[in-house]
Design a protein around this ligand. Structure first.
Ligand code: 5RP
Length: 260
């Protein structure tokens, strides 16, 4: 990888390269969405092509499915997903308990379904995603388009009853129009600043008619792989408490993912 590649991108590539070492032939693998996940999919495609790694994968978005297909990764049809060995995905924030905020890329619904079907979820990230308390990143909430203004108002009421510093709610846009998810829904981004009790917030949101799912991932992720720009990688396994430091080579990583 060359000097022009931004350090954050090199860090993402390092985490991605390390993550695919957890994949063995015969596994059913959930593929996340976003720039870190796409780097991981490129590394996985290389192992499929060069080592004959035999896996089947469940993509979490149309964009991920398209990339995986182009790289020769065999895809599991949605109706056949059920049980997966592992899902590897990015995150917008993770805390010390590996609770996550996800959905910055708008794929939180499929991401949560795929993660919930997986025995293990590995999050890959650069160090900027680590926080002591979730909430600086706006929390994405997927809502159905019908009556979204009313859903938004109900979310505002629910937030008033919870002790959190921010309550600004913004409808995500794509240019002049509302952003539309792969399920044809919209996303509200909740600027909460700080989420002290993610379970409480998640429960309160998912009770509201019109809310499909929220971007808080609790008790789903067991492992985080944190990449650094110089190729250092730290893997933390929550279930065993193990922390492992490794180093990966970033040579050629840029060419592996030319579209990023
Ligand atoms: C998409 C997601 C992404 O995993 C999250 O936004 C992180 O993206 P990136 O790896 O590009 O920083 O949740 O819905």
């Amino acid at each position: 990888m060359t000097g022009e590649v931004p350090p954050a991108d090199r860090a993402k590539s390092a985490a991605a390269a390390q993550a695919v070492q957890h994949i063995k032939s015969g596994m059913r693998v959930g593929l996340g969405t976003g720039s870190t996940a796409e780097r991981m999919i490129c590394h996985l495609g290389k192992r499929v092509r060069e080592e004959g790694l035999n896996i089947r994968a469940a993509p979490t978005s149309a964009r991920t499915a398209d990339l995986a297909r182009r790289l020769g990764i065999d895809l599991i049809p949605p109706a056949e997903v059920r049980h997966l060995d592992v899902t590897i995905d990015g995150a917008d924030e993770f805390d010390p308990t590996l609770a996550l905020i996800k959905g910055g890329g708008g794929a939180l619904l499929h991401e949560k379904i795929v993660a919930a079907a997986s025995e293990r979820m590995i999050v890959i990230a650069d160090a900027s995603k680590e926080v002591s308390t979730l909430g600086a990143f706006p929390l994405p909430v997927e809502i159905i388009p019908f009556g979204w203004q009313s859903t938004s108002a109900l979310i505002g009421n629910a937030l008033e009853k919870i002790d959190i510093p921010g309550r600004e709610i913004r409808l995500r846009r794509a240019g002049d129009a509302p952003f539309v998810t792969d399920e044809g829904n919209h996303i509200l981004d909740l600027h909460l600043h700080r989420i002290d009790d993610p379970r409480l917030v998640s429960r309160a949101l998912n009770r509201i008619p019109g809310v499909v799912e929220n971007g808080l991932f609790i008790d789903l992720c067991n492992t985080v792989i944190i990449g650094h720009a110089d190729g250092r990688v730290e893997t933390r396994d929550l279930s065993t408490g193990a922390v492992e430091q490794t180093h990966v080579s970033l040579a050629g990583a840029e060419r592996l993912c030319p579209h990023l």
